[in-house]
Design a protein around this ligand. Structure first.
Ligand SMILES: NC(=O)c1ccc[n+]([C@@H]2O[C@H](COP(=O)([O-])OP(=O)(O)OC[C@H]3O[C@@H](n4cnc5c(N)ncnc54)[C@H](O)[C@@H]3O)[C@@H](O)[C@H]2O)c1
Length: 254
């Protein structure tokens, strides 16, 4: 499929995980991909692989975010798709009773303020074009509570979800779609390592997922490519769950 032929896509956190899988998928579908990451090695590698360009940026920096879209526009002549995906989930973000103010603030900066900055800087390009698709990575924890808390992470993703909805509504008549992607747990190296050490911990989570497994990053990337494309032309302001049924489940199959 070439649904994204010649569209210019900027992906934050393109060096790893969901961002990397999406960079590959976008390129397969014909897009020109601008890979943004704070990790120079990983970001460069991703850009080389997909035949795009790399921009080193910290998504918490106003100047860096402005520069990454400017670079995309100056190089390719438009900014059609923004996948605002970079995020962190550090171990010092835990129960509200344990999480200190510095850990709280850091997660808010990287996961939520970054999305504010990305949307603020990319929307003017899309307004001038009269067209654009923004996909902000939230999480299923934006719509469900967890007893294994990461309190700042959860609050940040709730913020991403509410902000995306509002922007989707505000800019709908200017041809700009804004959706919040809410992935369920994804099979990442970190998750695999954690659960290899502690199978009980993995099982405690898996039992809640109707399909009985975690997502692969490629399955999340497929949803992002759909939202980015004109196939999703009537989808905006949505809470786009790609979660194996977790948020709809009461009793799951054996
Ligand atoms: N993995 C999951 O199970 C899961 C589930 C739901 C939502 N998410 C969300 O999906 C997104 C991607 O997660 P992932 O699992 O692919 O993570 P990952 O750690 O594999 O990749 C994140 C990338 O973001 C980059 N990054 C981190 N801070 C940055 C900054 N300040 N500026 C620029 N780049 C920065 C990292 O260098 C890394 O390459 C995150 O927003 C995460 O919260 C992940």
């Amino acid at each position: 499929m070439q649904r994204l032929q010649d569209r210019v896509a900027v992906i934050t956190g393109a060096g790893s995980g969901i961002g990397l899988a999406t960079a590959r998928r976008f390129a397969e579908e014909g897009a020109r991909v601008v890979c943004v990451d704070i990790d120079e090695d990983a970001g460069k590698k991703a850009a080389e692989e997909v035949g795009g360009i790399f921009v080193k940026a910290d998504v918490t920096s106003d100047e860096d975010v402005a520069r990454m879209y400017r670079t995309a526009f100056d190089t390719y002549g438009s900014v059609d798709i923004a996948f605002n995906n970079a995020g962190i989930s550090p171990p010092d973000d835990d129960s509200i009773l344990e999480t200190g103010i510095d850990a709280w603030r850091r997660v808010q900066e990287v996961n939520l303020t970054s999305v504010y900055l990305c949307c603020k800087h990319v929307i003017p390009y899309m307004q001038r074009q009269g067209k654009g698709s923004i996909i902000n990575t939230a999480s299923f924890v934006a719509v469900m509570g967890s007893a294994t808390s990461q309190i700042s992470y959860t609050a940040s993703k709730g913020g991403v979800l509410a902000m995306s909805r509002e922007l989707g509504v505000q800019f709908a008549r200017e041809g700009i779609r804004v959706n919040a992607l809410c992935p369920g747990p994804v099979n990442t190296p970190l998750l695999r390592e954690l659960f290899a050490k502690d199978p009980e911990r993995a099982q405690r989570r898996l039992v809640h997922i109707p399909v009985g497994r975690f997502a692969e990053a490629t399955e999340i990337a497929a949803a992002v490519a759909f939202l980015a494309s004109d196939d999703a032309s009537f989808i905006t302001g949505s809470e786009f769950l790609v979660d194996g049924g977790i948020s709809g489940a009461y009793v799951t199959p054996f």
